[in-house]
Design a protein around this ligand. Structure first.
Ligand SMILES: CC(C)(COP(=O)(O)OP(=O)(O)OC[C@H]1O[C@@H](n2cnc3c(N)ncnc32)[C@H](O)[C@@H]1OP(=O)(O)O)[C@@H](O)C(=O)NCCC(=O)NCCS
Length: 417
């Protein structure tokens, strides 16, 4: 099947929307068709694959920036990937995503990320699960015994707090691998969206210092929705609970814990599971809770651009490596990672044709699959486990150095797209 793959013009916006609704669910009242002035969607590039006049497959590429290793990394966020029901299994996905990702790379994206409905769909395209976005459901009673904070009080946020709230988010996010910078649509942290009536939140609460010298400084924030009803079956939803100190975390947890007489549960959107748990959860005295995880997948689009932007441990190292994977010839190659005082240079050592590492003149080097590179870059897997999974082969002499360089940050994601 030869498909015509290109960006979706406004004339095809209804077909693009219809294919999305057919895949992801049709609301009882169909949404209005897109308006010309809303096309293409803000911050997104819609892609389609046509067979003659028929739109066979579609995807939306969102231009984001995410934090990885202390740098803001241009990220192509993939969303709304669908193949028409009758045309599934014909191989429409690969040419569609290849064109969309090539274009994103040309525009500067270094990595691509997505939330899969099933991880297997994207493994053959070089993506791997590197983290998860977790809805953690906690009985309100389990929050009742969170210790009283010292030197912190809470109050409702006002528009004047927005710069401080953004600073708290940035301080937290820049210490992780994965979170969006929230500087782009639809996740930009602007007062109207967070504090206005359209936000959907009951409120945003800030934790502020009461200590002399730092009095009034915002040390954390929590956006929350009370929900309906006042018995123990109800749930208070928390979209963000970001705290820069344990006492700020305690203060925010105690605000939702105070609903114990009129709500049964608090559901918090967080990340990291239990192994790389979010620091704000370390102050909880009880582990009670259930988790619904949404895996997050990553693929590197440009090896020197992604790895070269990192700020790593302040050690000096020179590490040869290669990427060879038949499913992702676009990122095959051999490089040497030169690290000096934390700054990274990625020097090309030879082009590997069609993913064949044998064409590399200096072939005897640690070699990653695309999934292995994604896991290693995100700091989500040790070299030992990459070897067990078959995602890293070749000499192991540099494994300890590689781990020391790339495993310094936890993966956290907070924005579902
Ligand atoms: C998922 C979907 C886009 C795949 O399209 P398709 O035409 O069936 O895909 P292909 O036959 O080209 O298969 C592509 C790969 O995905 C895998 N795959 C397809 N459906 C899968 C599923 N449900 N679970 C796991 N893997 C799956 C195939 O095995 C194939 O893997 P390979 O490249 O390693 O051989 C299509 O089934 C669809 O639109 N589903 C409903 C919407 C949806 O789930 N979209 C994904 C949102 S993240």
């Amino acid at each position: 099947m030869s498909l015509d793959v290109r960006t979706v013009p406004f004339a095809s916006a209804p077909a693009f929307q219809r294919l999305g609704l057919e895949a992801f669910g049709m609301p009882p009242t169909p949404p209005p068709e897109p308006e010309a002035e809303e096309w293409p969607p803000a911050g997104g590039t819609p892609w389609g694959a046509w067979d003659g006049d028929e739109l066979v497959a579609r995807a939306l590429v969102r231009s984001f920036t995410s934090w990885f290793h202390g740098s803001e990394v241009p990220t192509a966020g993939l969303a709304g990937v669908t193949v028409a029901a009758e045309r599934r299994g014909e191989g429409a996905l690969r040419p569609l995503l290849a064109a969309a990702l090539d274009d994103a790379r040309t525009r500067g994206a270094a990595v691509s990320t997505l939330y899969p409905s099933s991880a297997g769909i994207y493994r053959g395209l070089g993506y791997e699960v590197v983290g998860s976005y977790d809805d953690v459901r906690i009985p309100v009673t389990a929050l009742a015994s969170v210790r009283a904070p010292e030197g912190v009080r809470t109050r409702r946020a006002a528009p004047a707090d927005m710069p401080a709230v953004r600073d708290v988010y940035r301080a937290w996010a820049s210490a992780q691998n994965g979170p969006l910078t929230r500087t782009e649509d639809p996740f930009a942290m602007v007062a109207d969206d967070m504090l206005g009536p359209g936000s959907g939140y009951t409120g945003v609460t800030v934790a502020v210092s009461t200590r002399p010298g730092s009095e009034g400084d915002v040390l954390g924030f929590m956006s929350w929705t009370r929900g309906a009803g006042y018995d123990r079956t109800n749930t208070v939803e928390v979209d963000d609970l970001v705290a820069l100190t344990p006492d700020a975390a305690r203060a925010l947890w105690r605000v939702v814990g105070s609903f114990t007489a009129v709500a049964g549960f608090v559901e918090v959107a967080t990340s990291g599971g239990w192994t790389g748990a979010d620091p704000s959860r370390f102050v909880l005295p009880d582990h009670a809770g259930s988790v619904r995880s949404r895996p997050y997948m990553l693929r590197v689009l440009d090896v020197p651009r992604a790895l070269g932007a990192a700020r790593l441990a302040p050690i000096t190292a020179s590490v040869p490596f290669a990427v060879a994977d038949p499913t992702t010839p676009d990122i095959a190659g051999a490089w040497t990672l030169e690290v000096s005082e934390g700054a990274v240079r990625v020097m090309a050592d030879g082009v590997v044709a069609d993913g064949d590492v044998a064409a590399d003149p200096a072939r005897d080097r640690p070699t990653f699959t695309s999934a292995g590179l994604a896991l290693a870059y995100a700091g989500a897997a040790s070299t030992a486990n990459l070897r067990l999974a078959g995602h890293l082969t070749g000499p192991a002499a540099y494994d300890a150095v590689w781990d020391a360089l790339w495993r310094g940050r936890d993966v956290h994601v907070r924005d579902y797209f």
